[in-house]
Design a binder for this molecule. Structure first.
Ligand code: ASP
Length: 460
């Protein structure tokens, strides 16, 4: 039995919904359908979720919200008309959208989440009606009925926009298996123990799909989007990169860390823990096998599965003569960062030098000054500087561990393309090798590495 999730672009218009219906119809194993809000129909379009944010802002500012309400209702009305659905469906949706502007503004911490969630909530009602009218008996299930109870996870009370599933939810979700109908569940939100609507972070319908898949113990979680799976490199950088047939969860996690955003990274966790294989597929090309994300590779595999890159990194470089002999040096340095509430990412070292790589957004000019001052004062470094505009490039693959020469292929490709490697690092798990390069060399580095690992025949 399969849980399928469709993203916003798969649900943006009547034409897209017809494809979705055919996908669900073509496989009776597809019993649970998790849906996003309608996304963009074309590049200049607005996602319903973004329109709901605008609507919320106008409402709390006390402005006239009628144009916002009408725009959102029209998005659904167009689909209801084109799909020939009963007028009752639209009536319900309109009422739900307009009634948002009657909710209390004061002392209502979850008001924003309630507005946002209306995009998926109403889409699920529309899709269940559409399925039922077209030969797929289906019911709409609110996350409250599904048992999707959330909290912020870290604190007892729930934090808006940051839902975390409560582990006790899974037993209730499992009961959904008793239904004979296809269940259409809105993605992106759950309910708190007090019954408040609480959303996951943006793009969070993927998380709902993963939770439902783990809860009902699906054989597979199919995540339908608008690309043929996960590409081995970003298609905006490499011309027509190939789609990866199979990835492990660990590989996916590494690629997602370094900029692969096809899937919400928090979505991996419930499916991973529930040992549910995940497949990324294309609504516009459902015959394509897509990318399977599995616990262990099923067959022999290339050592490198993908190459990712991400900009926006900074390096704090420091050196001190005889640093390697000084006990407590590392702790003193990290304490400085901790006291300034700064998170860091990587720490490549030499004998007498150490660099800390972090995301640019962790720093402000004042914090930078403070770090440099404290490094001299508290860690007594001989030299410290902060380098900006860096990118990290990761080459990822579990099979690298048992393969000799991956680094040499990579460094050869980079040097032949005149790319200066500023730092490199490889964790003991050997799932990835990371190179730090100047931001303006990031794209060239990714292209060079892609050619070296995936198109070696074109190298000569
Ligand atoms: N509709 C929400 C968003 O745009 C969630 C999702 O589509 O997954 O972020």
């Amino acid at each position: 039995m399969k849980v399928v999730k469709f993203g916003g672009s798969s649900l943006a218009s009547a034409t897209q919904l017809e494809k979705v219906l055919n996908i669900v119809k073509s496989d009776p194993e597809r019993r649970f359908v998790v849906v996003s809000a309608p996304g963009k129909r074309h590049d200049d379009d607005i996602k319903v979720t973004d329109a709901l944010i605008k609507y919320y802002r106008e409402y709390i500012a006390g402005n006239d919200v009628t144009p916002n309400q009408q725009w959102i209702i029209n998005r659904y009305a167009d689909m209801v008309a084109e799909l020939g659905l009963k007028p009752k469906v639209l009536e319900k949706i309109s009422k739900s959208i307009t009634s948002l502007a009657t909710l209390p503004i004061e002392d209502n911490a979850f008001l924003y989440d309630t507005f946002l969630a209306a995009g998926e909530n109403n889409n699920a009602k529309l899709i269940a009606a559409y399925f039922s009218q077209n030969g797929v008996p289906a019911s709409y299930v609110h996350p409250r009925e599904a048992g999707l109870v959330v909290s912020s996870g870290l604190v007892v009370s729930s934090e808006p926009g940051n839902a975390r599933i409560l582990p006790s939810s899974y037993d209730k979700i499992e009961e959904l298996n008793n239904s004979d109908e296809v269940l259409v569940i809105p993605g992106f939100f759950g309910v708190t123990q007090d019954g408040q609507i609480c959303t996951f972070s943006r793009g969070g319908s993927d998380i709902t799909g993963s939770i439902i898949a783990a809860g009902v113990k699906a054989d597979v979680y199919e995540n339908f989007t608008d690309v043929d799976g996960i590409f081995a490199a970003h298609p905006g950088i490499v011309h027509k990169p190939h789609s990866i047939p199979e990835l492990t969860y660990r590989e996916m996690r590494e690629l997602a860390y370094a900029g692969f955003t096809v899937l919400h990274d928090e979505a991996l966790l419930p499916a991973y823990r529930g040992k549910i294989p995940l497949v990324i597929k294309n609504t516009n090309n459902p015959e394509h096998p897509g990318t399977q994300i599995v616990h262990k590779h099923s067959k022999d595999h290339l050592p490198v599965v993908g190459i990712a890159g991400d900009a926006g990194f900074v390096s704090i470089n420091m050196s001190k003569y005889l640093m390697n002999r000084e006990i407590g040096f590392g702790r003193r340095v990290l304490q400085i960062l901790e006291d300034l509430n700064i998170g860091w990412e990587h720490m490549p070292t030499g004998i007498d030098d150490l660099s800390i790589i972090l995301r640019e957004r962790e720093l402000t000019p004042i914090k930078e000054e403070e770090i440099l001052r404290q490094l001299v004062q508290k860690a007594e470094v001989d030299h410290a500087e902060i380098e900006h505009d860096l990118s990290i490039i990761m080459i990822v693959g579990e099979k690298m561990k048992s393969h000799i020469g991956v680094t040499s292929t990579a460094t050869k490709a980079l040097s032949e393309n005149n790319i200066n490697i500023q730092m490199m690092s490889q964790g003991s798990s050997e799932v990835s090798i990371m190179f730090v390069v100047e931001k303006n060399q990031e794209k060239a580095a990714i292209r060079a590495l892609y050619r070296a690992f995936f198109e070696p025949q074109t190298q000569e």
